[in-house]
Ligand binder design. Structure first.
Ligand SMILES: [Zn+2]
Length: 85
């Protein structure tokens, strides 16, 4: 493999499937099992442009009600100032 981590310079990246959180304005979409290259040292993840474009198009279709997502989950939201410490 010729790739190198542009974040830490480590020379080995592994093919992984990961969870990706896409944000479009105030809308969120979680996509599971997204292919990426992950740095074995620092964990930085790299995605192909085609993968990111596909996710963006899918999210727009969902926002525009052209497509229904597989799951809809309620998400917990907190403001940092409101954290109980
Ligand atoms: Zn790295």
């Amino acid at each position: 493999m010729t790739e190198q981590c542009s974040f830490c310079g480590h020379k080995h990246l592994s093919h992984k499937l990961t969870r990706y959180l896409h944000q479009q304005g105030d809308e969120l979409l979680i996509i599971d099992d997204v292919p990426c290259l992950e740095c074995d040292f620092c964990g930085e993840q790299y995605f192909e442009a085609a993968v990111l474009k596909a996710i963006e198009a899918e999210h727009l279709a969902i926002i525009n009600h052209q497509k229904k997502p597989t799951w809809i989950k309620p998400v917990a939201v907190e403001s940092f100032a409101a954290l109980s410490r």
